[in-house]
Design a protein around this ligand. Structure first.
Ligand code: UDP
Length: 480
């Protein structure tokens, strides 16, 4: 549904399959096409995983043909898109009933409340999947359950997040609650109900990074939480790292060759994820800031279709001025490949949780530049909790706002943030040390004996078909 949800969900399925589960990944056709190479390669290595495709009823939902991922659904069709996805319940249930083995558990993204009925219809438990950190989920949950915004008229007035041992401030604009936008009241309530009624939570994070928030969220919800990340560490080969989530706009060899020519820890990688498209002014300021920083950089600017001629001309000129030092990727970047290269030195990120966790797993400090949604809390996680980040000073949502307020980070701020995160002094070194320590913990969590490894094993064991005889499932489907 959105790359930031799909990619870690697929990795999680592959990890569960690695530990013995049979996994069916449900996706719409265009979305499935993006992850098919990864799934096929996993099948080739013996994992029991399959991709089941379900087209949306575009005409029935009054939507343009073929738009089936948040990054290609025009804004005015988003609500219809969610309705169209919810209509997949019956065909998905029929498909799962007809196949073998009969499912033992539904693991579904929190944006799909309709999967409660799917699991109930199948007579199996349902776990909510979050590619979010426990810190973010607990902060959001606490401001809502303790009514922290009550009586606060200004959306940009900070309130203290209640119920935590440490003091963190957040504004309603930064953390309004999931789907808590005008017109989305019913959907937001459905999402919350489905989360509250789930049989457990699967989270793309790892225990050692945020033990108090994992246990805090489990206690607050009264549910078991399985932390299974960083799921990106499933990918170990160049081929699957490079193809993760989509076909990259640059060949793996070309990208690696460019990185091989740079000093270890010197390259600043810049990306705002799969959804955000900066406006022309911001492109110019960001580009000039990167240029002035003097650092080598890779900048993922997404497809040229999203930019006007002036932005494209600016990028061409910047490319010419920084030839050999700057690499601009127009389209999907092989992010996991870039971050895992020894030349990578820091990540200027919008703080989508996947990107934040991928930086931590690669041992890289970040420049935290949140744009919307959970990104503000993730930025706090990077800067205030983990102390591996430098903030860029954005305190209000940059996109999806009702007014047209323009928020542009200037070139001098960009340059200062990049210089600060790459700083060779004590502060910069301490930040890098903490990031490297996190990366070591992340790898340990995923290895045998590690916390995420143990959770994956536990998940698979708990949801084994009850009557597996010599590898054949004989479980009888419950009656509809
Ligand atoms: N990603 C990538 N190449 C790109 C853009 C994004 O590989 O050019 C991946 C990135 O590694 C991450 C996901 O897409 O796994 C983006 O998720 P995140 O939560 O960081 O941000 P979102 O796209 O949801 O805003």
């Amino acid at each position: 549904m959105a790359q930031g949800h799909l990619i870690p969900a697929v990795d999680t399925a592959l990890l569960l399959a690695t530990h013995g589960a049979v996994c069916t990944i449900v996706a719409t056709p265009a979305t499935a096409a993006r992850v098919r190479p990864t799934v096929e390669s996993a099948k080739g290595s013996g994992l029991r995983v399959r991709l089941a495709e379900f087209p949306l009823d575009y005409a029935g939902a009054g939507m343009p043909e073929g738009v089936d991922n948040i990054d290609n659904v025009p804004g005015e069709f988003i609500a219809r898109y969610f309705l169209a996805v919810a209509r997949l319940r019956a065909p998905v249930e029929r498909h799962l009933r007809a196949g073998a083995p009969y499912p033992t558990c539904v693991v579904s993204d929190f944006c799909h409340p309709w999967t409660s009925e799917l699991a109930a219809g199948l007579g199996v438990p349902r776990l909510t999947f979050f590619s979010m950190c426990a810190f973010c989920l607990l902060c959001q949950h606490n401001v809502e359950r303790f009514h922290a915004y009550d009586g606060v008229a200004d959306d940009n007035e900070p309130v203290v997040v209640p119920g935590l041992a440490r003091r963190f401030e957040v504004t309603r604009a930064q953390a309004p609650g999931f789907f808590r936008n005008p017109g989305w009241e019913k959907f937001a309530d459905d999402v919350e109900r489905a989360r509250a009624e789930a049989d457990g939570v699967v989270m793309n994070t790892f225990l050692e990074m945020e033990p108090e928030y994992v246990s805090g969220y489990a206690d607050a919800r009264g549910m078991k939480v399985w932390t299974v990340g960083p799921v990106a560490l499933y990918h170990q080969s160049t081929a699957t790292l490079a193809a993760r989530g989509n076909a990259a706009a640059i060949g793996a060899d070309e990208c690696l060759q460019w990185l091989d020519g740079k000093e270890p820890g010197s390259v600043v990688y810049v990306s705002f994820g799969s959804i955000v498209h900066p406006e022309e002014k911001q492109i110019v300021e960001l580009g000039l800031g990167l240029e002035a920083s003097g650092q080598p950089f890779i900048w993922a600017v997404k497809s040229p279709d999203h930019h006007g001629e002036a932005s494209l001309a600016f990028l061409r000129e910047l490319e010419a001025r920084t030839a050999g030092r700057g690499l601009i990727i127009r389209g999907w970047a092989p992010q996991a490949l870039i971050l895992s290269h020894r030349a990578a030195g820091a990540f200027v990120t919008h703080c989508g949780w996947n990107s934040t966790l991928e930086a931590a797993a690669a041992g890289l400090p970040v420049v935290a530049w949140p744009h919307f949604s959970d990104q503000f809390l993730n930025a706090k996680m990077a800067v205030e909790v983990l102390s591996i980040g430098v903030g860029v000073g954005v305190e209000e949502p940059v996109v999806y706002r009702a007014d047209r307020k323009e928020i542009v980070v200037g070139r001098a701020t960009v340059e200062a943030a990049v210089r600060s995160v790459m700083d060779g002094g004590e502060e910069g070194e301490a930040r890098r040390r903490r990031a490297r320590a996190l990366a070591a913990q992340a790898r340990a969590a995923m290895r045998e004996g590690g916390s995420s490894h143990a959770n994956l094993v536990d998940l698979v064991a708990r949801f084994q078909p009850r009557d597996v005889v010599n590898g054949t499932t004989t479980t009888t489907p419950p009656r509809p």
